[in-house]
Each structure stands twice: as C-alpha cells, then as structure tokens.
Design a protein. Structure first.
Length: 272
C-alpha cells in the first residue's frame, strides 16, 4: 500500500485528481475499450471531483470513453431527491464533464427487487471487464462505501442497514434530523472494491485520524473495513504503480506513529 501525505485538503485533492487523470490518459480509452472508474460520494471526494472538472474544462482530460460505477445509493429515496447519490453525482461531477449518460451506473434504491438489483450490478461490472480504478472515501469509523464495521471483507454488492453512527453523521445532509436519513442503502462490497485493478482512497481531517491509523498502522479487521487495502489482491505485483493508494492530509495523520508518518514522507521524497 502506498500512502501519500499532503499538507492540506486542497493539495490532497489535487494529487488524487492528477493520479486519476494520469491513469485515464495512459489507458487511452476508446469506445470499444473504455476506462472503468469507480466513484464515491460524500464530502471527502468533492475536491477531487472539482480538480477533475478543471482538467476537463482545460482540455486535458475527456470522459467520453469512461464508464463509471458508483459505490452506493440510499434505499427508498426518490432518485431526484437532493440528497440521493444520483443527485449528488450529477450536481457535483457528471453534469460538468463530457461523460455519456448511458455510461453512468448507479444502484437503484427503488428497484422492486433489491437483491436482484445488487446481483445485476455485480454482473454489469463483470460484463464491463472489471473496474480499472476505484476511488473511495473513508468514514470516521473506517468504513468504505456503506460497508459498516463488522461487514465481511469478502462481501459483494448488497443491501446494508446503516449504523447509528452513520445515520448521525449523514443527518447533516437532512436538516440534522436523524429521522429523515434513510436507514438502509445499497452498497458495493469490500470484495467488489478490492477486485478493482487499482484502489485510491482519500482521507482528510482530524476526525478521520483514528480510521487512518487503523488502515495504515493497524491490523486488517472487519471492524475497520477500509483496512482491507493492506490486503489488496494485486499487492504482490507492485512495480512502478502500486495498486492500493491512500491519499491523506496532515490532519488525518494525527494518530499515526511518528515512525510511520516519517517513513511514508521519506518514501515519497525518494529517500527510501
């Protein structure tokens, strides 16, 4: 696992966007061989999306031959609800770039058969040839997508009941009213994310420090599901481009040991 430490959120977001753009450009995607990009929601990736939009507007990057698969969606919330993840993605990213609508995949939380919706989503990812790069954020309790503490590290796309902590955290988007927050969501599994050729996780702020400590310094645990990045299946193939990357700001490093913090800084400076 590669850990990138940047001074602040803005520089963290720019580093992540530069890396994502580089991978898309290097792939030189075509209509018959598109680049498959996994997309998160939440506050952490907003800066990353803004930087990618800037690159598109500057003519440096096109999403015309990019297929996206989103991580999650609430259950039983209207698709056009301002806090649905459909709305989030089109408002903050898709409507600002040249992606084709038919290339956007987001789970349908209003599907008549939610289990079938999840099965079909896995099949769609497989039919596309798998995810080339899955971007992600991390919750304060170390969860990835809606894979709450205790989720199976081999899990696939499924229905999940949200923890009280997640409902409280997300209530800020629902007028701080917990009763308005959906209690269930559809989410890709940890196994779904780990099957991607590359995974890039962004983690910022002091409130994510304990999560980052468990992800980087701790043991792999289903109680801190993002810690599975330590066990990325392609880890043995690390060469020029490591396949699991955590990009964080200094505030998120508050719980790391001094040795770990210095090690990753030195590593990126080329001292190791």
């Amino acid at each position: 696992m590669r850990v990138i430490i940047e001074p602040n959120y803005e520089k963290m977001s720019k580093w992540a966007a530069d890396y994502v753009a580089k991978r898309i450009i290097e792939a030189n995607p075509t209509e018959s061989k598109p680049f498959k990009l996994g997309c998160p929601t939440g506050s952490s990736p907003l800066g990353l999306y803004k930087e990618l939009i800037k690159k598109y507007e500057a003519g440096e990057l096109s999403f015309k031959n990019v297929i996206t698969f989103n991580m999650d969606e609430y259950v039983k919330i209207p698709e056009d609800h301002p806090e649905s993840y459909h709305s989030f993605m089109w408002k903050n990213f898709f409507s600002h770039i040249d992606i084709k609508k038919e290339n956007v995949h987001i789970l349908d939380g209003n599907a008549p058969d939610l289990a079938k919706e999840c099965e079909d989503y896995e099949k769609a990812i497989e039919a596309a040839g798998g995810i080339d790069l899955f971007m992600g954020g991390v919750g304060p309790d170390g969860h990835l997508a809606f894979n709450e503490p205790g989720s199976s590290l081999a899990s696939k796309t499924r229905v999940k009941t949200l923890t009280t902590d997640t409902i409280i955290a997300n209530s800020r988007f629902f007028n701080n009213d917990m009763n308005l927050v959906p209690k269930q969501a559809l989410t890709v599994g940890i196994g779904t994310v780990m099957a991607a050729k590359e995974v890039l996780l962004v983690c910022n702020g002091h409130h994510k420090a304990r999560a980052l400590q468990h992800i980087v310094d701790g043991n792999v645990s289903h109680m801190w599901t993002a810690s599975m990045l330590q066990m990325h299946p392609h880890a043995s193939m690390l060469q020029m481009h490591p396949h699991a990357i955590v990009v964080c700001d200094e505030a998120a490093c508050d719980e790391l040991t001094v040795g770990t913090y210095k090690y990753y800084l030195d590593k990126e400076r080329g001292n190791l």
